[in-house]
Design a protein around this ligand. Structure first.
Ligand SMILES: O=C(O)CCC(=O)C(=O)O
Ligand SMILES: [Fe+2]
Length: 290
């Protein structure tokens, strides 16, 4: 398997410049890794790095696109400080993406920004929700009809602990492996799921196949162990970017991370033929979104 991580020496969130090699890499599903791109906390924010700021039963704290904080415990001052820290990261993450991928800028749709203060190793979850298994991102309740999921991550661990991932094989290899085992799409079932409010809009055949890949990968213990993959320790004080709907990834350890999601229509890519929608459509031999 070719190297799935591409490293650059950038140290300033607002100084990224577009580079054809990086653009091609991220659109091929590789992870762009910036070991020196540090998201610095303000001294008064150090106290925010504790898992007890999570509201009961929540896995992360988020700032939605309208600036509302969700999932946080703590008093009003702490909540304001959290919103400030997460909002500052949002600004930096957007500047990074605008600098690296300028043609995306007018087409990006902002999604929530998250702060993840829980220790990865302590999470207990069902296999389907367990991000310690290799997967591509696909969400059962939120069909996206091929819209891309671009994510910016920053490890802000104050004790020097890395955030450790496994990064898997190219998307087309995953698709070829799991499409033959995928259950057939049923439009009436998709309509029913929508009517019952289980999905927020109609699940297209594309969304169905992405969920089949997600579940197929996570549910296959032999694949988890034997699939082509590399372990990557993202250093404390580093940042990385990938299309998480395309790059197979699994988080194995770490604590305290910030993450920004941006959505992009696949037509707005530099090379739309590299999108999961284009790849699955080509392999299926028929349109997957009506
Ligand atoms: O928490 C992490 O490091 C990554 C989890 C994950 O699978 C994701 O953000 O899509
Ligand atoms: Fe994920």
């Amino acid at each position: 398997m070719a190297e799935q991580i591409v490293e650059r020496d950038l140290a300033d969130w607002h100084a990224a410049r577009s580079d054809p090699a990086l653009i091609a890499a991220v659109e091929a599903g590789k992870v762009l890794y910036f070991p020196r791109l540090h998201f610095a906390l303000w001294p008064q924010e150090a106290g925010l790095l504790r898992p007890t700021l999570l509201a009961e039963g929540k896995r992360n704290i988020s700032l939605d696109a309208d600036g509302r904080l969700k999932g946080a415990a703590g008093d009003a001052d702490e909540q304001a400080a959290l919103a400030g820290m997460i909002g500052r990261f949002r600004t930096d993450a957007q500047a990074l993406v605008h600098g690296l991928l300028p043609d995306y800028t007018p087409h990006l749709r902002l999604a929530p920004t998250s702060f993840r203060p829980a220790r990865v190793e302590s999470r207990a979850q069902s296999w389907r929700a367990d991000d310690r298994r290799l997967h591509v991102d696909a969400f059962p309740s939120r069909p996206n009809r091929g819209e891309r999921i671009l994510r910016v991550f920053a490890n802000i661990n104050p004790e020097g602990q890395p955030r450790t991932w496994r990064v898997g094989e190219p998307f087309e290899d995953v698709a070829r492996r799991f499409l033959s085992r995928a259950r057939t799409y049923s439009r009436w079932q998709a309509r029913l799921l929508q009517k019952l409010g289980i999905t927020k809009s109609l699940r297209s055949e594309y969304d169905h196949l992405m969920l089949q890949l997600h579940d197929g990968m996570k549910g296959d213990a032999a694949y988890q162990q034997d699939a082509p993959q590399q372990t990557m320790a993202f250093a404390a004080g580093s940042a990385w970017v990938c299309f998480s709907d395309q790059t197979p990834h699994a988080v194995m350890g770490g604590q305290f991370m910030l993450e920004q999601t941006l959505h992009l229509p696949p037509e707005a890519q530099y090379n739309p033929a590299s999108s999961p929608l284009a790849i699955l459509t080509r392999l299926a031999g028929r349109p997957l979104i009506p």
